[in-house]
Design a protein around this ligand. Structure first.
Ligand code: SAH
Length: 248
């Protein structure tokens, strides 16, 4: 069981697999006013940077579940490196349908809402692990401005325009699901550039080291097209943020 190989190649050097900078992640951790000992669940925890740095900075404890063997392994090593391996745990597995044995104070899914079949389904899934009064964190893209055509939406790697909402509509949609939006931290362009452009050097290095790999043609094609695609589409049209929600 694993995720498509293109991600474990292009994002193998990422600590944060989304357009947040380390500063954005720290801002969010502080904004949530986490108490030492608070328990977090993170579905699609990637390389574990959120749980590991928040364990170091705020004394939280947590469990992360991720379907990438590579990323889950990196998360464990990061926890050891930051001296928080006793407080955070990472498991390799499918988070679809995952419910924590013990209710948590914060239940998160950051940039992986397909795990619950979309934003609404993911919130419903996270709610099953949450203590009454707890906080749900959802990381999700939104349109900075609506793409003029479906082709532009696809250029942003969206299936269609309807896959994402503009920010006011996304915020309203949380209300429609019965949640207050109690905090949000939005990524900026610099964060997007870090997330996307860092893939290019990783892909180039991988190509240089693996010229005869079956996958080299696909990675080469991507590296050739990605900078221009990103600059023309994603960078112009797509925003991204993490939204903190509490049930009304
Ligand atoms: N939240 C992390 C990772 C976001 S990238 C961060 O912000 O850094 C999306 C992550 O979802 C990847 O790590 C990928 O391996 C993971 N993933 C994809 N499908 C999954 C599934 N069904 N169950 C658990 N993790 C999954």
């Amino acid at each position: 069981m694993d995720i498509p190989r293109i991600f474990t190649i292009s994002e193998s050097a990422h600590r944060i697999h989304n357009p947040f900078t380390p500063e954005n992640l720290a801002t969010l951790g502080a904004a949530l006013r986490l108490e030492p000992g608070a328990r977090l669940l993170d579905l699609g925890s990637g390389s574990g940077e959120m749980l590991c740095t928040w364990a170091r900075d705020h004394g939280i404890t947590g469990l992360g579940v991720d379907m990438s063997r590579l990323f889950a392994g990196q998360a464990k090593r990061r926890a050891e490196e930051l001296g928080v391996a006793g407080r955070v745990e990472f498991v390799h597995g499918d988070a679809a349908g995952y419910v924590a044995a013990e209710k948590v104070d914060v239940a998160a899914c950051i940039g992986a809402t397909w795990i619950g079949g979309g934003v609404a389904g993911t919130i419903e899934l996270l709610a099953k692990s949450l203590r009454p009064g707890g906080i749900i964190l959802v990381g999700e893209p939104y349109w900075l401005r609506l793409p003029p055509t479906e082709d532009v939406a696809r250029g942003c790697d969206a299936g269609s325009i309807s896959e994402f909402l503009v920010l006011p509509d996304l915020l309203a949609s949380f209300g429609d699901l019965g949640y207050d939006v109690v905090e949000m931290v939005l990524a900026g362009r610099e964060g997007w550039d870090r997330y996307e452009a860092a893939k290019w050097l990783t892909m180039r290095r991988w190509l240089d080291a693996n010229p005869d790999d079956d996958f080299a043609k696909e990675v080469r094609e991507r590296l050739t097209l990605e900078p221009e695609r990103y600059a023309a589409y994603t960078r112009e049209y797509l925003g991204w943020g993490v939204f903190a929600l509490m049930a009304r």
